[in-house]
Design a protein around this ligand. Structure first.
Ligand code: ADP
Ligand code: MG
Length: 630
């Protein structure tokens, strides 16, 4: 036949797929074994999707109700086949699922790997669920023959992974009665995968705990052997489960290749009955910073997979991987019901408390293991400080920071609070993009001189949660780039170094002069107790955003007018005192100096001079004056 969609068609892969395939085929990645796990995982997903559809359309199961995955090998024809009796794919499903890339994380992956160096590549491929396309690491050609459940046609997709694929109708007698058959035509150096022992070991170790039974046919004509029984790991008692079994399950569930950093397995009884098996990944999953911030906890009802879209944890715990299996929900629960079910709201609450509780225990008992988790996911957890009022105190206890006292390690707020100085009323922080620059900021000088610890916050989210006036242990957070520093009551570490040079009338006069010279550029000019070494710095007014938050809001176009900063001048600084002592005949020079002091403060903040042209003219005059005096 030659009409329309019934003919063989050749289609080009979407550009991203081509790039991904190119990377797969030319991958220096040594661990090609993962292809099998990926194909089994897809087969299991397909069986679970069918189970879900069959709740409302039982006829889809026909006379073949038991899900199954079968792996068969043929060393002579160099083939491995992975077949399932799951949901199957229509022609459109095939073009969509096997010719394009649906997930936004995948694109980010390709971009990073494309730009990165080889050693990072291998690690990244290892972390990323490369999915179906990983078949091309071992196969010169892949055929996918599939029949959608309930459909009376079958389709054959075929590709050598080099830019295009073919799609054609498949005769029903050469297709699975329902589901999908993936045929790998192996590369010569991958033929050893057909060894039955190797296949069995691989399948068992990688996928022994998928919730669908797996059989193996070692060679054509051999009998099918069961190699995995499809029991759900999470219904077994904890005491009987070995750590390797958890790891294996985590890897196939989460698409991660690492060890989980923490495992949470429990059964809630009482008003609601549900089981939870969840993991904190050992490294950052690829979709962690996707725009949609979607969670990845799957919902099961009595061991039947329902959806991975049930929002079972708040977004700031989206790094968690795992599942909840409820005994109380109906199987035919609709998406709308899922959104509104009070049962699920209760599960969500219970699960959230449990995860945070377990993290707290870990922080207490195994601080080093916890520090690694914080290293990976702290930036996501901190979103909760902003979003989850109810649990803010608990999250603050979990939070770890770098500070002027932390060195390379992390500081908790309890440590901070117990190291507070006599007379210190607030938890001080400074927010910015870069720790090194923060540490060199003039605004920190007075704090350092007094041995006051300052938290150094470098994640954008820090500006958001600190702006909500949080308190820890009754102590407010205060930005060192905002308002009055209130430091004069706290003694200097080295009181002998305190210069006995309080502001003089001359200095006061100079400050007034600077204020007049700068006019509208600043809201005020004040003597500083924040500065000990530098001459000037800028701070934000007491109310409103601090300097860094204002910068972020501004960049996002979320401020219609920026608050004018306050210029703080160090009244004890030699240069300031010298300027202050100049006579009235030096008005022009003092005016240049006033503007240059302001620009100096801006540059120290990582900003540009206010007016580049005027700045360079002033600088030129200053240099000319220096030369004439030399
Ligand atoms: P993922 O499994 O993460 O979605 P994959 O690259 O592994 O990504 O698979 C892409 C898509 O191809 C799947 O989402 C699914 O729609 C489809 N697919 C792959 N294998 C099968 C299969 N055995 N049965 C049905 N659909 C499949
Ligand atoms: Mg997959």
């Amino acid at each position: 036949m030659t009409t329309g969609t019934k003919a063989t068609e050749t289609k080009a892969f979407e550009a991203d797929v081509s790039r991904l395939l190119h990377m797969m085929v030319h991958s220096v990645y040594s661990d090609k074994d993962v292809f099998l796990r990926e194909l089994i995982s897809n087969a299991a997903d397909a069986c679970e999707k069918l189970r879900f559809e069959a709740v409302s359309h039982p006829e889809l199961l026909a006379d073949d109700p038991k899900p199954r995955i079968s792996i068969s090998a043929d060393p002579d024809s160099k083939e491995i086949i992975v077949e399932d009796n799951g949901i199957g794919m229509s022609r459109d499903d095939m073009t969509e699922a096997l010719g394009t890339i649906a997930r936004s994380g995948t694109r980010a992956f390709i971009e990073r790997v494309g730009a990165g160096n080889a050693s990072e590549d291998t690690q990244l491929i290892g972390q990323f669920g490369v999915g179906f396309y990983s078949a091309f690491m071992v196969a010169t050609r892949v055929d996918v023959i599939s029949r959608l459940a309930g459909s009376d046609e079958a389709w054959r997709w075929s590709s050598d992974g080099k830019g295009s694929y073919e799609i054609a109708p498949a005769p029903l007698e050469a297709a699975p009665r329902r589901g999908t058959r993936v045929v790998l035509h192996l590369m010569d150096d991958a033929v050893s995968y057909t060894g039955s022992y190797r296949l069995e070991q691989l399948a068992k170790s990688q996928s022994g705990h998928v919730p669908v039974p797996i059989t193996l046919v070692e060679k054509p004509g051999a009998e099918a052997r069961d190699i995995a029984d499809g029991t759900a790991l999470w219904v077994r008692p904890k005491s009987e489960i070995k750590p390797e079994e958890y790891t294996d399950f985590y890897r196939s569930l989460a698409g991660q290749y690492d060890e989980p950093a923490a495992t949470i397995h429990f059964r809630a009884e009482g008003r609601q009955e549900y089981s939870v098996l969840a993991f904190v990944p050992g490294s950052r999953p690829f979709d962690l910073f996707d725009q949609d911030r979607k969670g990845r906890i799957k919902l099961y009802v009595r061991r039947v997979f329902i959806t991975d879209d049930a929002d079972l944890l708040p977004r700031y715990l989206r790094f968690m991987r795992g599942l909840v299996d409820s005994a109380d929900l109906p199987l035919n629960v609709s998406r709308e019901m899922i959104q509104e079910s009070p049962l699920l709201a209760a599960i969500r609450k219970g699960l959230t408390n449990r995860v945070l509780g377990d993290l707290s225990k870990l922080a207490e008992n195994e601080p080093e293991a916890y520090a690694k988790i914080w290293e990976n996911f702290g930036v996501v957890l901190k979103e909760g400080l902003y979003e989850d009022h109810e649990r803010r105190e608990q999250l603050l206890k979990l939070a770890r920071f770098h500070s002027t006292a932390s060195g390379e390690g992390w500081r908790g707020l309890a440590d901070y609070a117990s190291a507070m100085k006599e007379g210190q009323k607030a938890i001080f922080f400074m927010a910015g993009d870069d720790r090194a620059r923060l540490e060199a900021s003039p605004q920190l000088e007075g704090f350092k001189a007094r041995g006051i610890e300052v938290l150094l916050l470098t994640d954008p989210v820090d500006s958001f949660w600190t702006s909500m006036a949080p308190e820890f242990d009754g102590k407010p957070f205060k930005s060192v780039t905002q308002g009055v520093a209130e430091l004069s009551d706290i003694p200097l570490l080295d009181e002998a170094k305190r210069p006995d040079t309080a502001a003089t009338p001359e200095v006061d006069g100079f400050l007034a002069f600077v204020k007049a010279a700068l006019g509208e550029a600043v809201s005020d000019v004040k003597p500083s107790d924040r500065l000990t070494e530098s001459a000037v710095c800028l701070v934000a007014p007491e109310h409103g955003p601090d300097r860094q938050f204002e910068r972020l809001l501004n960049a996002a176009g979320r401020l219609d007018k920026t608050a004018k900063p306050i210029l703080e001048i160090n009244p004890r600084h030699e240069r300031v005192r010298a300027l202050a002592s100049l006579g009235d005949d030096e008005q022009a020079f003092k005016d240049d100096a006033a503007h240059l002091l302001y620009d100096e403060a801006r540059v120290l903040d990582g900003d540009k001079p206010a007016d580049a042209r005027a700045f360079s003219e002033r600088l030129a005059r200053l240099i000319a004056r220096g030369i004439s005096k030399a």
